[in-house]
Design a protein around this ligand. Sequence first.
Ligand code: ZN
Length: 396
Amino acid sequence: MDVYVRPGTSFWYLSQLFSIPLRLIIDSNRDIDSEYLSVGQRLKVPGYVTVSYDIKHGDSLWLIAQRNNLPVESLYLINPTLNSNVLQVGQSIRIPRRVTSPFVNGKQNYDYNQMMNDIWKLIAVYPFMRMTNIGTSVLGKNIPELVIGNGSKGIHYNASFHANEWITTAVLMTFLNDYLLSLTNQNSIRGLSTFPYYLQAMLSVVPMVNPDGVDLVINGAEEDAPWRDQVIEWNNGKADFSNWKANINGIDLNDQFPANWDVERARNPKTPGPRDYGDEAPLTQPEAIALDELTRRRDYARVLAFHTQGEVIYWGYQNMEPPESETLVNEFCKVSGYEPVKTLESYAGYKDCFIQDWRRPGFTVELGSGQNPLPLAQFEEIYEKALGVCLAGLYM
Ligand SMILES: [Zn+2]
């Protein structure tokens, strides 16, 4: 919500008036020097939207504020030209409204457009969340990273490395919305107050690593797309892409990382297709490169890559993981009911490479059980279990 500075307005004053933590007000106005506010200057207050209201006969600002449980001052802050002496019947004013329920509905076919629409809505209401584009997909879609928090401990979550595991994107977007809501309303989630996490951690989320693949699975190959015939051929002639895990080049992005890449290659398919082909060299695909560069740049303390399915959490790689990994995985499994699995005959994955290069905790979290793509009917159950892991990833 935009407000306009009046004489005496400060970040602290806004924080008190709207009952929003001061840190969130400061972080929503990063480009603004709080020492030098000028009257009429626009500031952002997170956790609110405004609604339009037409003045009725007998209204006064005091009555309107009273009815909406707001201080009168809040009406002046969002209606900079308002003059209480010349209120006219029929005149439209804006009224602030606290956001107390989520916008994101994860229980739907969650394609790239849906995600981007939700991201723009979240950023508008929660401007302390930052978005950067970490790269572009083969078909030119921006791959967003969302960052929440002011702490020094970098924690990274990603989803939809694999196209037909797109429900993981819906889960992480739902989690982001719940986390943001709890921060502005200072509500706890499962008895945990989340504001300390905001101060300690810098949560980085790449909710859709493989946007071209996700759209292919959900929406099919567009009739007029130049790549349509090729992907159908790689898909054994089928126009149903439910089994497709790869990116649009038929390359499995989670077989693209330089962690025993040769070993993985030796036993995997040698040509592009729906799954498991890691190309002729590691890190050739823009989506994998974007994640690799992001991870090198950000110095994360830990990473969690969300996949489906199996209700297991893989936490080891060649005994290179630190002892902390086991402590963490035990907590993740305690809160989700999932099973910890130390090693898996798998190489060249994102978490493998993270453990190898950084000797820090990296996890592959396999949400849900059944056959991919998991049915949306399972969404609530999957989310309940994933929520425990997402929170533990922040507080541990
Ligand atoms: Zn997967």
